[in-house]
Design a protein around this ligand. Structure first.
Ligand code: UDP
Length: 355
């Protein structure tokens, strides 16, 4: 049955969402060895969902996936492998995280991004539909909005990506919408704002070297892995002149995926598109203040030019996710986000033999 996109709907009754353990279908997580994917694996597993992971380990880490999870090293464009995994694991839903995520890299090498994020997603969606998997959750991004001139940003804000990364994700959103209209598939697109932090139990975190994201960069500086943090622009139209973003804890984001999956299964004729953020922003200065507070030290801050394409402020309107899912963020406190990011950064240092 074709699925139908909907906007704000009444929250699903909790009981409809609380499926018994035996009702939980195995879920395939693509990119499950990556930052957000590995947290989704943990959230699914903690909630009692059987999980399998496919990851090509180009940017992911094998250690990020628990040993008791079925792990397939391979590419999402390998349809024969996908078909085998879906049959072997009796997969009933796919959470799709695999892809490339570095915006400047997408500007330098757009075709790689259209290949990794768009073309390979097409192949994945085809394998999913052919195998009769009926539910798909897609990892999208606020970058699909580009530099919106409204704040906060609702899902209906026009999508005008300003880089190939944003376009590569928006194209996949469109493929999913068209495929769901034509085939027996419903999907949920989650548009992430600024994801940060790490698993509060210390089981995973952001492990990629050469980070560019503010909180990761700042905790690296706090631990002496960098000399300083550049502040990219101090003349923005914001209260203190530095860029404002809606930072969301990765474990709250992972929890939203599990709830979205329950919603897709409970209402198989409906698809969803939802922002993932808390609906409040912090400036670069406020984030660095939080890092100083949490570490009880002062990071060296260096004023730097604006980074091309950075909007003044990017804050989500989370009304839809809040009215659609019984989502109750647990880690919205900025200091908690920073503290968890810091704890993981320390652990990474221990794992690599540094202090
Ligand atoms: N930023 C900064 N210094 C850094 C990294 C980021 O001042 O080393 C700023 C950036 O200009 C933006 C905010 O921090 O205003 C968040 O940037 P990030 O790269 O973390 O995420 P984005 O919003 O670009 O996806």
């Amino acid at each position: 049955m074709p699925s139908r996109q909907f906007g704000v709907m009444a929250a699903l009754p909790i009981n409809a969402n609380r499926r018994r353990m035996e009702d939980k279908c195995p879920v395939l997580v693509t990119g499950g060895a990556g930052y957000i994917g590995s947290h989704a694996v943990l959230a699914l597993r903690d909630a009692g969902w059987p999980v399998a992971v496919i990851d090509n380990l180009v940017t992911g880490f094998r250690f990020a996936v628990p040993e008791d999870i079925a792990f397939y090293e391979g590419d999402i464009a390998d349809q024969a492998l996908l078909t085998r995994i879906i049959a072997e694991q009796k997969i009933g839903a796919v959470m799709h995280f695999a892809g490339s995520v570095v915006v400047p890299e997408s500007v330098e090498n757009p075709l790689e991004y259209y290949h990794n994020n768009t073309a390979k997603s097409r192949d994945l969606i085809e394998a999913v539909v052919k195998a009769g998997v009926r539910h798909m959750i897609f990892s999208s991004t606020a970058a699909t909005y580009g530099t919106p001139d409204v704040s906060p940003v609702s899902e209906d804000t026009p999508r005008h990506p300003i880089n190939p990364y944003g376009w590569s994700k928006l194209m996949t959103e469109q493929m999913l919408a068209d495929t769901a209209a034509a085939h027996d598939l419903n999907y949920c697109t989650l548009r992430y704002f600024n994801v940060a932090g790490s698993d509060p139990q210390g089981r995973s975190g952001q492990s990629t070297a050469g980070a560019t994201h503010l909180i990761k960069v700042a905790v690296e500086a706090a631990l002496g892995k960098r000399d300083s943090v550049g502040i990219f622009g101090t003349d923005y139209d914001t209260p203190d002149g530095t860029g404002v973003r809606d930072y969301i804890h990765v474990s709250d984001l992972a929890a939203a995926h599990v709830l979205a999956l329950e919603a897709l299964i409970a209402q198989p004729d409906r698809s969803l598109t939802m922002n993932c953020g808390y609906g409040r922003g912090f400036s670069v200065m406020e984030v660095l203040d939080a890092v100083d507070r949490v570490t009880n030290r002062k990071i060296t801050r260096v004023k730097a030019p604006r980074r091309a394409g950075d909007p003044d402020s990017l804050i989500s309107d989370p009304s839809r996710i809040k009215t659609t899912l019984p989502w109750q963020p647990q880690h919205a406190d900025l200091d908690a986000i920073v503290a968890h990011a810091l704890a993981w950064e320390r652990k990474l240092g221990e794992m690599s033999g540094n202090t």
